[in-house]
Ligand binder design. Structure first.
Ligand SMILES: Nc1ncnc2c1ncn2[C@@H]1O[C@H](COP(=O)(O)OP(=O)(O)OP(=O)(O)O)[C@@H](O)[C@H]1O
Ligand SMILES: [Mg+2]
Length: 326
């Protein structure tokens, strides 16, 4: 039995922008994910953090094959799944469930929660008496009562719906859950309930979760490990506490140093970073963070792309001048 449930090896995903043009040589590509590698151990919550547009969702979608990768490999429990056909990936679908950012958009608005749950049970051939029992147990597990089953999605709050989205994912007992910004659309008071539910899932069921977020506080609270992404590449990765205590990459440092928002309209992410996140179109050799990096030096930083290298215990950084070098 493999120790890792998910292994991501050197995956690349470029989006072609000017699709109408025939000349491939002059085509513009958005380098959404570039040579990304990491492993997720069974029973672990692995976090991916980074600014908007850094490629977090694309990485997640490539893993569960909602998107095809251009190169690299993805393994699921030791089996290569990245080159499976849509038909051959089907048996894996049940084991890889997803929770989205906006719970309302992820439920069919015309059906009651009960109908939605029962249809899923039917698709996965769960006998109806078993399904009824399971649905009841799950509703209880997420601290709601059976009356939610007769309601339409719009008749529930965002927090209730997101808990139901988790219950819906659990209905088929998946081994792996991809949670893409599961609390970003929720009120702060409700966020804690969802996060604690995810922690309980790990503790009680040994659930393996890929948790995508742009919120460092949330990631620190929930994740065992974290990968920090910037413009499609991992710049730092390691056990969450270790990364928070010994920051090596200037980008991670800037993210951690950014103080919490005091006003909803305040732009938090860019506070300590110079300028906006640059474009990932036709990226050239060199460090992608160079335009905004306080440690930028001519030469290496603009000429060579830093590789992700081991710098501490299970801790990796991609920087020519990491913070310890002072
Ligand atoms: N189908 C697509 N076609 C073209 N470009 C895309 C497509 N999907 C994503 N992108 C681009 O790829 C980059 C990464 O997008 P992605 O959605 O992975 O970012 P993200 O880190 O999840 O951002 P956010 O925090 O806003 O959700 C962005 O520049 C985005 O515009
Ligand atoms: Mg996203």
């Amino acid at each position: 039995m493999a120790d890792n449930l998910i292994e991501v090896k050197n995956i690349k995903k470029y989006f072609r922008l000017d699709k109408g043009k025939l000349n491939r040589a002059s085509a513009r590509y958005l380098h959404a994910v570039d040579h990304v590698s990491f492993n997720i151990k069974k029973g672990e919550i692995f976090g991916i953090i980074g600014e908007s547009g850094s490629g977090k969702s694309t990485i997640g979608r490539c893993i569960i094959k909602l998107l095809d990768i251009d190169s690299g490999e993805v393994y699921y429990d030791g089996k290569k799944i990245s080159d499976l056909s849509p038909k051959d990936i089907k048996p894996y679908r049940k084991n890889m469930q997803m929770i989205f950012q906006n719970p309302l958009a992820s439920f069919n608005p015309k059906k009651t929660i009960g109908q939605i749950f029962r249809e899923i049970a039917k698709v996965y051939k769960i006998p109806s008496d078993v399904a009824e029992k399971k649905i009841h147990e799950l509703v209880e597990y997420i601290n709601l009562t059976d009356d939610v089953l007769t309601r339409l999605p719009k008749e529930l709050s965002g927090g209730q719906l997101q808990r139901l989205a988790i219950a819906r994912a659990l209905l088929v007992e998946p081994e792996f859950i991809l949670a893409d910004e599961p609390v970003s659309a929720l009120d702060v008071s409700v966020q804690a309930q969802i996060l604690n539910l995810m922690i309980d899932l790990k503790k009680e069921k040994g659930q393996t979760i890929l948790f995508i977020s742009h919120d460092l506080t949330v990631v620190r609270h929930v994740c065992d490990k974290v990968a920090v992404v910037y413009l499609g590449v991992i710049v730092e990765m390691g056990p969450t506490e270790e990364v928070y205590k010994h920051v090596y990459h200037p980008y991670t440092q800037a993210l951690i140093a950014a103080k919490p928002k005091e006003h909803p309209l305040e732009v938090k992410e860019h506070e300590l970073l110079e300028g906006e996140i640059p474009s990932a179109v036709n990226v050239k050799e060199g460090c992608r963070f160079r335009e905004r990096c306080p440690r930028f030096r001519e030469g290496l930083c603009s000429e060579r792309t830093p590789k992700l290298k081991k710098i501490g215990n299970d801790h990796y950084v991609a920087c020519h001048y990491p913070l310890i070098s002072d």
